[in-house]
Design a protein around this ligand. Structure first.
Ligand code: ADP
Ligand code: MG
Length: 314
């Protein structure tokens, strides 16, 4: 029996978030921000950190630079109880960073990918992989070193006898060069949101997109923001409503927290309905605090917050 529960393979970066900015930046001028935060960024790291905070035994495989931001990433992950033994540092590339210019209605992001682009199939600890119960990969399009081998990676992981999940995330180049017909048969749980699945399949409705993907997918967990989520497995399709958050702060990382919750239940052998419901609950909890990890510290605190905010016993 595997001793360890979850391995997450993905990108690592810090987020430098500028708030209360006095207008929009213009070339040749300078404007001021009233507030700044340096936090753990990247969807894969948020998924791993929150799964660990929910009590899942979690290991991360990724790459940072040999620099101060790399130290910030490692420290934050260790603080959240994520095993960092399979994170390596590059001497040639610096740690990735996203500069987030946050305005009331929306955000403008600039990302430097850096060391995350160097992660390849050879960095995955193949010798160790059979000791995990589940493998999750996130943010496919921005990981140039992983992209070309994506089907081989999932095929090899399945051959090791463990379960798998994939969250592609958005393609910043909007090319959607991912062969879902070839890869999804090796993915146990495919976890897109509505915009992503339509862009990937070049369709204009979610129903058409699901029809295009279904013949190749195993379980699909479709995220639908404040509406909740839909699960598809064999001939079953079910919709599970979201939990209403009375004090919405922001939705940064909600999809990653949904993934953490869903996969926690999936590893534990939960039914599709249980996985979707717990995913929705963790997605909603994510929206009660700023950023992607603010609401997730320990299983005890999560239990208490879920009881007081949503009146749900877990
Ligand atoms: N405003 C919200 N209120 C309640 N739950 C939410 C809200 N936004 C997101 N969620 C929950 O989080 C999940 C993931 O969020 P979503 O925004 O769909 O993902 P992504 O970040 O990948 O686009 C949703 O399926 C839902 O369960
Ligand atoms: Mg997402």
């Amino acid at each position: 029996m595997p001793e360890k529960e979850l391995i997450v393979v993905g990108e690592l970066n810090v987020d430098l978030i500028l708030n209360n900015i006095d207008g929009f930046p213009k070339i040749g001028t300078e404007i001021l921000a009233d507030d700044m935060n340096l936090t753990l960024g990247s969807s894969s790291a948020i998924m791993a950190a929150n799964a660990a905070a929910m009590g899942v035994d979690t290991t991360f495989c990724g790459k940072v630079g040999n620099d101060m931001f790399g130290e910030v990433v490692l420290k934050e992950l260790k603080n959240k109880n994520v095993c960092t033994d399979h994170i390596s540092s590059s001497d040639t590339h610096q740690t990735g960073i996203t500069i987030v210019m946050s305005y009331a209605e929306d955000r403008a992001n600039v990302t430097y990918c850096g060391a995350m682009e160097l992660l390849t199939i050879d960095d995955i600890p193949w010798e160790d992989i059979k000791n995990f119960k589940h493998f999750h990969l996130s943010n496919f399009f921005i990981q140039k070193g992983i992209r070309k081998d994506i089907t081989t990676i999932f095929k090899k992981v399945k051959e090791a006898g463990i379960t798998t999940s994939l969250d592609l995330q958005w393609d910043p180049e909007n090319k959607w060069d991912f062969d879902y017909r070839e890869c999804l048969p090796y993915v146990d749980v495919f976890m897109p949101n509505e915009a992503e699945i339509m862009a990937l399949t070049r369709t204009s409705s979610v129903d058409e997109a699901l029809e295009a993907v279904k013949p190749f997918a195993n379980t699909i967990a479709l995220k639908m923001g404040a509406k909740g989520s839909v699960g598809i497995e064999d001939d079953t399709q079910m919709e599970v409503s979201s939990f209403t958050n009375p004090k919405h702060i922001d939705s940064i990382g909600a999809g990653d927290s949904f993934n953490s919750g869903f996969i926690k239940k999936y590893i534990g052998g939960g039914s599709l309905q249980e996985c979707l419901t717990y995913g929705n609950l963790m997605g909603a909890l994510n929206t009660t605090a700023a950023g992607g990890t603010g609401a997730f510290n320990s299983p005890e605190e999560i239990e208490q917050k879920v009881k007081s905010i949503f009146n749900v016993a877990i």
